[in-house]
Design a binder for this molecule. Structure first.
Ligand SMILES: [Zn+2]
Ligand SMILES: [Zn+2]
Length: 422
């Protein structure tokens, strides 16, 4: 019996990993252009951290977490709570009043696996802590937009405001009484949500629920003065940066800690409409976790979905993988090539070589398989003349190159030739 990976857990194979590396490279570059610094966090946290931040009554905490109950620990289902835990624990706000941090890594949720949704999935998270100005919201959203643009991914941006502890309770009461009148026409989950998490009824995917909430009161009409003002400024600042958006009053997000601005980047290119990235403001959460009273805002991008879109749109197709394949013919040539290959690698070249004494034809095939840009052919005759044949695999042009001096000198002149040639 072969042992297979667990359902919902997926290997990222080498051809795919090329895309992941590219995605991470672009992301790190953009995050750093905006002044964000990387923080690396553990995968296991105390269960209480997620209950207190994400919320006891959320789907995530109620039924999707991988928890070891006897130890009181959980595999993180998202990144923000862990990042804030670390921020508070190490007093990072003392160093710098506004911190911009990012983290990249796996998260775990026990959901039904589907296309682009796994039980171990990966996110790129960015958080700006210590600033509440609407410009900060717009800047962060624009950073997400820039990331998707540079990865060649088209997505629409939807934004909303979820108000604050001043104005949300009033809206919640309004919504609950609206929903109670329609209780028997809602799905079973929503029936329960009326009492536990009524806002979530607004973004239920069930078509019956969707038609019932069409005329629900809008949170945007219930915002207090400061929240209304904040939202208007976020919109204006997005316009100042040329970031297109639409307002979606039904967007509520599945986490309890959001306040004011929330946003999602949405694509229709994965079959159904799907969010590839989402985030929002969470003023009050840091204090709730035992830290200083600082505001914060952040987003997370789903890397599986981005990788799927990159594949569909043929972004970052792998180019030549190896700079050089060294085909040595015969034991003597192989003995000469072996240290030469090592020196070429020290010079920074990606070099492959066969160690099993195959024929020239077989080795040329191998050079093709590793997608080498050049092949260096060394036979006993060539070796006697202190030279070798360098073949450009794309143009098929060949030239004779000298192998003179020490092995380091040989590697030096070869490396220069290969680089000049590509
Ligand atoms: Zn408010
Ligand atoms: Zn529903």
């Amino acid at each position: 019996m072969k042992i297979k990976a667990i359902n919902g857990f997926k290997d990222i194979l080498p051809d795919e990993a090329v895309r992941w590396q590219y995605m991470e490279g672009v992301a790190r570059d953009i995050f750093e252009r905006f002044g964000a610094r990387e923080i690396r966090l553990p995968i296991l946290e105390k269960t209480e951290l997620f209950a207190r931040s994400i919320g006891e009554a959320t789907d995530i905490v109620e039924k999707e977490m991988y928890t070891f109950p006897d130890k009181g620990i959980t595999m993180r289902p998202e990144g923000t709570a862990s990042l804030l835990r670390a921020f508070i624990e190490h007093g990072l706000h003392v160093q710098q009043p506004v911190q911009r941090l990012y983290t990249i890594g796996p998260m775990f949720r026990h959901e039904r696996p589907q296309k682009g949704r796994l039980r171990q999935f990966h996110q790129m998270d960015v958080e700006v802590i210590g600033a509440s100005e609407p410009r900060v919201d717009a800047e962060l959203i624009a950073m997400g937009r820039m990331l998707l643009d540079e990865l060649g991914i088209s997505a629409s941006l939807e934004i909303n405001s979820l108000g604050c502890p001043e104005c949300r309770p009033g809206f919640r009461r309004q919504l609950v009484s609206f929903l109670k009148e329609r209780r028997d026409r809602l799905c079973r989950d929503c029936d329960r949500r009326i009492d536990t998490n009524p806002l979530r009824v607004l973004d239920c995917k069930n078509p019956d629920c969707r038609s019932q909430v069409q005329d629900a009161p809008s949170i945007l009409d219930a915002l207090c003065g400061p929240c209304d003002d904040h939202f208007a400024h976020v919109c204006r600042n997005l316009e100042a940066l040329g970031v297109a958006y639409s307002v979606n009053r039904f967007m509520v997000r599945g986490l309890d800690y959001y306040t004011r601005t929330t946003f999602e980047f949405i694509t229709g290119d994965l079959g159904a409409q799907a969010a590839i990235g989402a985030g929002g403001r969470y003023d009050g959460l840091i204090e709730q976790l035992g830290g200083p009273a600082l505001p914060g805002i952040g987003f997370a991008m789903g890397m599986e979905r981005i990788a799927l879109l990159m594949e569909q749109q043929e972004v970052a197709r792998p180019g030549p993988r190896m700079d050089l394949f060294v085909a040595a013919l015969g034991e003597k040539a192989a003995g000469h090539a072996f240290p030469l290959v090592h020196q070429l690698r020290r010079q920074g070249l990606k070099v492959a070589m066969d160690h099993s004494g195959r024929s020239l034809k077989a080795q040329m095939k191998q050079a093709g398989r590793v997608n080498a840009a050049h092949t260096l052919i060394i036979g006993d005759n060539e070796l006697q003349q202190q030279e070798a044949i360098l073949r450009n695999m794309e143009t098929r042009e060949q030239e004779t190159v000298p192998l003179q001096g020490t092995v380091t000198e040989q590697a030096h002149s070869l490396a220069r030739r290969v680089r000049d040639n590509s």
